[in-house]
Design a protein around this ligand. Structure first.
Ligand code: PSV
Ligand code: MN
Ligand code: MN
Length: 388
């Protein structure tokens, strides 16, 4: 197996984008538990995200969600981010919180509603110009609740047509990433339920359209690493929304529910050339911290991704290929498990220190006084988040 020293240089390539909405209040349909110190505006969300980056060196960009993060002056938001050592990243559209979209947005039978949803994406693209963002991420809540409610085939045609109009506006150095989700909020059918549907649409759009894989958006038991391998093979894996789930779209801390699955996913990312700055595959988090504190929740998340990345990089590729080619079933499996069971935490702590970062970012956060300060300073914060 390679040593930690062998793989350490590759760890510097890691960049994980944080979602602005992870810092705001969020909850379930039963209750949103408000927390003291949550941001009152997008500027404060960015300050919190920058704190995560300062302590981990892992999270250099922040994804925005429009209209939750709408501001008058995006150039000011951008310089604020840059002054804190981070950049603005993916722009997420939102066509799921408006009464007009009850029966769909870009798939709606009424052309006026479709145009409203398309116009919202045009606004997002304009914002991308100001924030310097590369990616427009589209997740659609579109679907139906009852068989016969709408023509599911016609909805695919409307979807293709709407996406084509949005894609046409995307700049030369920008990308459209289309996220899928197998159910919810629609319960009978969803218009973009799986990677195959997303792939079919982005393939028809063109070279700058990709699939976004949210790890929480699959049926239980789905082999997600297979999807990763296939999309990388097809050159269409644009980004990840990392989180973890026990039951549905739980949006829990990545690696919390199933660290081995996270390891297997990252292993396929590395295998398929999807790891590193130039790979074109963006690592993002899509999480909500309903009961735990937000900033430590994000710190824990990026550290979990880093730990599994280190373990995936430790796999002895030559030994694995040799065992696979020899038909050595258990030998090949053992090569993977040897890496998976390696505790990289002490080596990572030392490595962080050698780069001027705290050995234990969670402890450093607890000792920094930042949480106490935001709790004292920010009165009345409720910035979205899912609870908004
Ligand atoms: C809804 O399921 C969702 O969690 C999607 O995963 C999006 O990425 C996210 O919301 C933000 O729109
Ligand atoms: Mn997502
Ligand atoms: Mn989701």
């Amino acid at each position: 197996m390679p040593s930690f020293g062998d793989i350490a240089p590759r760890l510097t390539e890691q960049a994980i984008e944080l979602p602005s909405w992870a810092f705001g209040n969020s909850g379930t349909r039963f209750k949103v538990f408000g927390q003291a110190g949550v941001p009152r505006d997008p500027f404060e969300k960015i300050a919190d995200a920058a704190k995560v980056h300062e302590l981990t060196g892992l999270a250099p960009t922040v994804a925005l969600h429009i209209p939750w993060d709408k501001v008058d002056d995006y150039a000011a938001l951008r310089s604020h981010a840059e002054s804190l050592g981070v950049g603005l990243g993916t722009i997420n559209s939102n066509t799921f919180q408006d009464d007009d979209y009850k029966l769909g947005s870009v798939t709606h039978a009424d052309p006026k509603v479709r145009q409203k949803a398309i116009d919202h994406h045009f606004e997002c693209i304009d914002i991308m110009g100001e924030t310097g963002s590369r990616d427009l991420k589209i997740w659609l809540a579109d679907g139906t609740n009852y068989p016969g409610q709408d023509d599911i085939r016609a909805r695919q045609d409307r979807l293709a047509d709407s996406l084509a109009k949005i894609y046409e506006r995307i700049g030369e150095h920008q990308r459209l990433v289309l996220e899928y989700k197998f159910f919810e909020p629609a319960f009978y059918h969803t218009d973009v339920p799986d990677w195959g549907t997303s792939y079919a649409h982005v393939a028809a759009l063109g070279d700058r359209a990709f699939v976004c894989l949210d790890t929480g958006h699959h049926a239980p038991g789905t082999n997600i690493e297979f999807i990763v391998a296939q999309l990388l093979r097809l050159g269409k894996l644009g980004s990840f929304d990392f989180n973890s789930r026990f039951y549905a779209d739980d949006d829990l801390i990545v690696g919390a529910a199933d660290p081995f699955q996270l390891f297997r996913i990252i292993l396929e990312v590395v295998r398929g050339g999807g790891y590193g700055a130039d790979s074109g595959v963006a690592f993002m988090l899509d999480q909500c911290h309903n009961i735990e504190k937000k900033i430590p929740g994000q710190i824990r998340s990026v550290l979990n991704v880093q730990e599994m990345t280190a373990r995936a990089l430790l796999v002895d590729r030559d030994a694995l290929t040799a065992a696979q080619n020899a038909g050595d079933v258990l030998g090949a499996n053992e090569v993977l498990m040897d890496a998976f069971y390696t505790d990289v935490r002490p080596a990572l702590a030392e490595w962080r220190e050698s780069r001027g970062l705290p050995a234990n970012p969670l402890r450093a956060y607890a000792e920094s006084g930042y949480q106490e300060k935001i709790e004292a300073d920010r009165v009345g914060g409720d910035q979205a988040g899912w609870g908004a």
